[in-house]
Design a protein around this ligand. Sequence first.
Ligand SMILES: NC(=O)c1ccc[n+]([C@@H]2O[C@H](COP(=O)([O-])OP(=O)(O)OC[C@H]3O[C@@H](n4cnc5c(N)ncnc54)[C@H](OP(=O)(O)O)[C@@H]3O)[C@@H](O)[C@H]2O)c1
Length: 194
Amino acid sequence: MAGVTALQGLRDVGQVRPGQKVLVNGASGGVGTFAVQLTRALGAEVTGVCSRRNLELVRSLGADHVVDDTREDVTRRGARYDVVLDLVGNHPLADCRRLLTPDGILVLSSGGGGPVVGPLGRYLRALLLSPFVGQRLRVHAAKPRHEDLDALRELVEGGGVTPAIERTFPLQDTAEAVRFFAEQHARAKLMITV
Ligand SMILES: NC(=O)c1ccc[n+]([C@@H]2O[C@H](COP(=O)([O-])OP(=O)(O)OC[C@H]3O[C@@H](n4cnc5c(N)ncnc54)[C@H](OP(=O)(O)O)[C@@H]3O)[C@@H](O)[C@H]2O)c1
């Protein structure tokens, strides 16, 4: 699901093309670690944003540039991107738009947000604003699709994408895995072996 979310977000919603500049906010997470590699596989240049402890991981996945969001606000660096895949939702919409080229595409894909409506308010604002600005502000909800899993499998088998796994747990330690995920701010993916 993480791989399919990244693939559909970049290829279908973001329409990433070779040579473009792409920013992945949340590059060290389950979706982000796929997104960094898939951006490269699509022939684009990728900048990954994550916390300092994960910079090396994101670099090792092929990111051309990394930004430590515990040290600097990526929206204030002055860089512009053709496509921004936002997997965190930690910047106001206006700041996200500052990251885009005049006709850039913002792909909103984070699940966070307020306690009542989650990310819906942000999504609604983006959808209402988009027709009136040059930039395209899009909401992305991934759909499980057989052919996309096949495309991912081919990329993995061809070596273009390697699922990033922080830790593997045997089935009987699933409770510990869930605890680790919740308490340790896990990176990439945790694996349960059956
Ligand atoms: N649109 C869809 O269909 C779809 C599908 C799947 C997931 N999602 C959403 O996409 C988002 C990413 O999913 P994921 O599975 O990749 O999540 P994840 O594995 O938990 O990764 C979270 C990412 O966000 C970063 N982050 C920044 N500030 C954070 C904070 N305060 N707390 C936690 N993480 C923070 C993390 O970086 P550091 O650890 O380096 O700080 C990490 O790169 C989630 O909001 C999820 O709900 C959407």
